[in-house]
Design a protein around this ligand. Structure first.
Ligand code: G3H
Length: 478
């Protein structure tokens, strides 16, 4: 019936006084794998209070000591990669090898963050007054970066560990405290990750992890007056949060419809390999997945043939067997994906493979001759199904890309670098990759979306800066 896990508050593992739990369904078996505590609003109040007071002394802990603890947590995280990866396999059906990669990448992110924090937070500014008209040199201004306070971190199911530490580590190095609300699918992986921070010896109350139902504690957390910043990754919920949150800094990353524009001179083998990697890794459940291919008509047949041949080689099955395509996260997600596929079929898309589904497992599918009247031309499936739209000009491709509500990343394939740069400038997305599939990493690169894809910029340096504010002291000379 599933192991029951406790939540983390005041440096201890606790059962919720609600007496209730939330079940985590294994996407592969569709049976309850684990249970986590359904925390109450009183318990949320308690962790926010603790976070508030722990933050005060943490901010006074020397920067090098904060960095040292983060390095320790990173090492412990890497030591624990096997049990954490096992949870990722069971909770979110991430292929076994990718699950290990997620944990190792997270350890590296935490270490890099500690190093970067020491550098950028170790510096301030010194200004003099007489550069501004009308002033004598009578004022010296000292600036430094100070923490915001309590950071609420809400990562999504697809990277419950990595997208948690990408919020936790910058927050901590900058002298903030953390309240983590993990996604339900992925909550146990997140709790294991938090255990690594616990073992590293961070002060009590500085880090908390509350689990539970969004309906019970979701709005309560995001609208809580004790929260000083929200870092959220996920879907539409982020838009609702941004409307309800108070006057606090928000960092939001909310999905995308990343386009892959393929020009006539592109290396089609390179494009096909990147479409497979970009469109089908983790079964398309990445915000940065290639979600629409916009290919010049003259090379479309050749490209589709090459992609088809590679799709045929993808293994489909259980995450434990490290298959390329594994069950999508939930039945409702599989139903949504199926809805997009059936709509496209009805409206005349060409299916390059037969559509096949068993439970939450959907076989990879390339849909050719997709047209703008089909939902899949615009909506984000978050599954292993990829539409191809044939275009007659580059402008048509850019137009489709920019007509989307999303603007996370995009990519363009061509041997003409000048053209690629002009296309990049024309694409209204946070990042454009030239001759490679979209991706967030390396994790110190800036990562941001425009329009409905998000607010603010992430990446290690930007996240540290975002989780601080500037404090100035002015010395007035006689
Ligand atoms: O799902 C959203 C992630 O931020 C994408 O990260 O490009 O490393 O898969 P990724």
């Amino acid at each position: 019936d599933g192991d029951v896990y406790k939540y983390y508050s005041d440096g201890e593992w606790k059962k919720s006084s609600s007496g209730k739990t939330v079940s985590i369904i294994n996407p592969t078996t569709r049976k309850t794998q684990y249970k986590v505590q359904a925390c109450s609003q009183e318990e949320v109040n308690k962790v926010i209070d603790l976070a508030k007071s722990a933050q005060k002394s943490w901010a006074k802990t020397p920067l090098w000591k904060r960095a040292e603890l983060l390095h320790k947590a990173a090492a412990i995280l890497k030591e624990h990669k096997a049990p954490i990866a096992e949870c990722l396999v069971k909770e979110i059906a991430k292929p076994a090898k990718d699950a290990v990669t997620e944990v190792v990448r997270s350890g590296d992110l935490v270490s890099y963050c500690a190093e970067e924090g020491v550098r950028i937070l170790g510096e301030g500014k010194f200004l003099v007054s007489d550069s501004f008209p009308g002033n004598e040199r009578t004022k010296y201004c000292l600036t430094s970066k100070i923490p915001l306070g309590v950071i609420l971190a809400i990562p999504p199911f697809n990277y419950p560990v990595n997208l948690a530490v990408s919020k936790i580590a910058p927050a901590l190095i900058a002298g903030n405290s953390i309240v983590l609300k993990p996604p339900t699918q992925g909550a146990v992986s997140a709790l294991h990750m938090v255990h690594c921070f616990h073992l590293a010896g961070f002060p009590k109350g500085l880090i908390s992890c509350v689990t539970g139902k969004g309906s019970e504690i979701g709005d309560f957390l995001t609208m809580h007056p004790g929260v000083n910043c929200i870092s959220f990754t996920g879907g539409d919920t982020g838009i609702a949060i941004s409307k309800k949150a108070g006057m606090i800094p928000l960092q939001m990353e909310l999905g995308g419809k990343d386009a892959c524009i393929v020009l006539e001179d592109a290396d089609l083998d390179l494009v096909a390999a990147n479409i497979i990697k970009g469109g089908f890794s983790y079964s398309g459940q990445r915000c940065t997945a290639v979600k629409v291919v916009l290919v010049m008509e003259s090379v479309a047949d050749a490209l589709v043939e090459k992609v088809k041949a590679k799709v045929a080689k993808l293994s489909v099955g259980a995450p434990e067997d490290d298959c390329d395509i594994t069950p999508v996260v939930s039945e409702s997600s599989a139903n949504f994906i199926e809805g997009l596929v059936l709509d496209a079929k009805e409206k005349g898309a060409t299916f390059c493979q037969e559509y096949k589904r068993e439970g939450n497992l959907i076989w990879p599918l390339l849909l050719d001759h997709v047209r703008p009247d089909m939902r899949i031309a615009w909506e984000e499936p978050f599954g292993p199904v990829l539409p191809v739209i044939r275009i007659n000009s580059v402008e048509e491709g850019i137009h489709h890309c920019n007509a989307s509500n999303f603007g996370l990343q995009g990519c363009v394939f061509t041997k003409d670098v000048n053209k690629a740069i002009l296309i990049s400038d024309a694409m209204e997305t946070g990042t454009v990759q030239i001759n490679s599939a979209p991706a967030r990493g390396p994790d110190h690169f800036p990562f941001q979306g425009i329009k409905d894809s998000g607010i603010g910029s992430q990446g290690i340096t930007n996240s540290i800066n975002m989780m601080t504010k500037v404090k100035t002291t002015v010395i007035n000379l006689p």
